[in-house]
Design a protein around this ligand. Structure first.
Ligand SMILES: *Cc1c(COP(=O)(O)O)cnc(C)c1O
Length: 421
C-alpha cells in the first residue's frame, strides 16, 4: 500500500499534487512518501511483535540522509555495506549500537571506523576477513561483536544478479564449514561471536526459500550452542519482494514472513534481526519525468522522456518492470495505445518499457514510474553527462528537496585538466 493516489484526476503524493512539485523542482526527480516509509517500517516491526527484535533497514536500497533519519527516529537499526553507508548512518544520528555492518569485502579502514564510532555487530563473510577484524580490534584494544554469514545453499528463485544464497555465489561461508569457523573465532583475540547471519537474495516472491534457509540456521544454532558458543542473535537478512506489476503480482505479506520466522527460530530465544531494504523503500517512491517528444516509428510509437537509464537503471540492468502512469489521469473511455518508453541516452538499452499501453500524451506531459523508491536514486550515474536528479520527500501537505539537482558547473568542476596538457 502507498500514498500515491489520484485526486480529481491528478496524481498526488499524500496531500501534495505532483504537478505542483514538478513546477518547483523541474523534471526528472525522485519523490518519496514519508507516510509510506513509516507504514512499511511499522508493518515489519509488527510482523515480529512478541519476539525480541530489531528491524535494520538495508540502506543500500535508498540511503538519503532524510530517509535514514525518518526510519531511525522510529527505532530502526541500519544495515550498512560500506564505510560510506556507515558514515551516512552516523551523520543521520543513528546510534552505533543499532548499526550492523554487512558486505563481502570490508576493508581494515572500514573496520577501524566502525569500531571507533560504535557498532552492533559485523557480519563476517570469509575467514581472511575474520582474521583481519581480529587484528584490527586487537590493535584498538576492543572486542568486535560478530556473526558469520552462512551460505545455506538455498535457491531464492529470483533474478540471477540478486540471488545470493547458492553455494556458487560469492557470499558467506558454506554452512557445512560453520563449526570450524566459529571454533576459530573463539580462539582469536578481539572477536566475540554473538550470533548467525543469513541473507539469500532480493525480490523473493515466495516464502519457501526463506523457510528452508531459516530452518538450516535454527539447526546450526543448536549445533553451535552444543559446541559451547553463545548464540544470542539471529540476523535473517532482507529480501522480501514487492509487487512491481500491480495487475498480476501478489508477493507474500510481511506478517506471513514474520510467521515463518516465528515457526522456524521462535523457540530458540534469540534476538531476531531482519534487514529489509526494498520492501521499506520501493513502493514509497516514484520517479517523475516529462515527455520530451512523441515520435512515430515504424509500427510503434516512441515516448521519449527526459529521464533515462542513468537515472533509473533497473529496467536495463535487471529487465525490471515498473508501472508507468500518466500524472494527469486520462478521461474515461480514452483509448490506450502501445508505446515504447525510452530515454535520450545513446544506447538501445535505454528502454524503460516496450509496447506499454498509455493514453495519448504530448510534449511536456508528466509520467510517474511506480515502485522506484528502492535501488533507484542510489544506483544512478551521470552517464552521458546527465547530472544526478533531485530527491523530494513529501510528508502530509508539505514537501522538501532532500537532495538538490547539481548544476552543470558543479558536475564539470570535479574534473581537472592537468597543467601539462
Ligand atoms: C541487499 C541486502 C539486503 C536488503 O535486501 P532487500 O531485497 O532490499 O530487502 C539485506 N541484507 C544484505 C546483506 C543485503 O546485501
Amino acid at each position: 500500500m502507498d500514498h500515491f493516489l489520484y485526486k480529481d484526476g491528478v496524481l498526488h503524493a499524500e496531500d501534495v499534487s505532483i504537478p505542483d512539485i514538478a513546477r518547483v523542482v523541474g523534471t526528472p526527480f525522485y519523490l518519496y512518501s514519508a507516510a509510506t516509509l513509516r507504514r512499511h517500517f511499522e508493518v515489519f516491526d509488527q510482523a515480529l511483535s512478541g519476539m525480541d527484535h530489531l528491524v535494520c533497514y538495508a540502506m543500500k536500497a535508498n540511503s538519503n540522509l532524510a530517509v535514514i533519519k525518518l526510519l531511525s527516529d522510529m527505532g530502526a537499526g541500519m544495515d550498512v555495506v560500506s564505510g560510506g553507508e556507515y558514515r551516512r548512518a552516523i551523520a543521520a544520528g543513528v546510534p552505533g549500537d543499532r548499526i550492523v555492518f554487512s558486505g563481502v569485502g570490508k576493508t581494515r579502514e572500514e573496520m577501524r571506523l566502525a569500531l571507533t564510532h560504535g557498532i552492533r555487530q559485523f557480519n563476517l563473510e570469509s575467514e581472511p576477513e575474520m582474521r583481519a577484524l581480529s587484528q584490527v580490534a586487537s590493535e584498538l584494544g576492543v572486542e568486535a561483536p560478530v556473526t558469520v554469514r552462512v551460505n545455506p545453499d538455498v535457491d531464492a528463485k529470483t533474478h540471477a544478479k540478486i540471488a545470493t544464497g547458492k553455494s556458487e555465489n560469492k557470499f558467506g561461508i558454506p554452512i557445512a564449514r560453520a563449526r570450524e569457523v566459529y571454533a576459530e573465532i573463539a580462539a582469536l583475540p578481539g572477536l566475540r561471536a554473538v550470533g548467525i547471519d543469513v541473507h539469500i537474495g532480493s525480490q523473493l516472491t515466495d516464502l519457501a526459500p526463506f523457510r528452508a534457509a531459516f530452518e538450516k540456521v535454527a539447526a546450526l544454532t543448536e549445533v553451535l550452542r552444543a559446541d559451547g558458543h553463545e548464540i544470542i542473535r539471529l540476523d535473517l537478512g532482507g529480501g522480501l519482494g514487492i509487487p512491481y506489476e500491480r495487475s498480476n503480482e501478489v508477493p507474500p505479506l510481511p506478517s506471513d514472513y514474520g510467521q515463518v520466522i516465528r515457526e522456524t527460530v521462535g523457540h530458540l530465544g534469540c534476538e531476531v534481526e531482519i534487514e529489509p531494504g526494498r520492501l521499506i523503500a520501493g513502493n514509497a517512491g516514484l520517479m517523475v519525468a516529462s515527455v520530451i517528444y512523441l515520435k512515430h516509428g515504424e509500427g510503434r510509437d516512441f515516448l521519449i522522456l527526459d529521464a533515462a537509464m542513468n537515472d533509473l537503471v533497473r529496467p536495463s540492468m535487471y529487465d525490471a518492470h515498473h508501472d508507468i502512469v500518466p500524472v494527469i489521469e486520462a478521461d474515461v473511455g480514452v483509448d490506450q495505445v502501445p508505446h515504447d518508453i525510452v530515454g535520450p541516452v545513446c544506447e538501445t538499452g535505454d528502454t524503460f518499457a516496450k509496447a506499454r499501453n498509455l493514453p495519448p500524451l504530448k510534449d511536456g506531459d508528466l509520467v510517474a514510474f511506480r515502485s522506484a523508491g528502492a535501488y533507484g536514486a542510489v544506483m544512478a550515474s551521470e552517464y552521458n553527462s546527465r547530472p544526478l536528479i533531485p530527491e523530494v520527500l513529501v510528508d502530509g501537505d508539505h514537501f522538501a528537496v532532500i537532495r538538490r539537482r547539481p548544476t552543470f558547473d558543479e558536475m564539470l568542476a570535479r574534473d581537472e585538466i592537468p597543467e601539462w596538457l
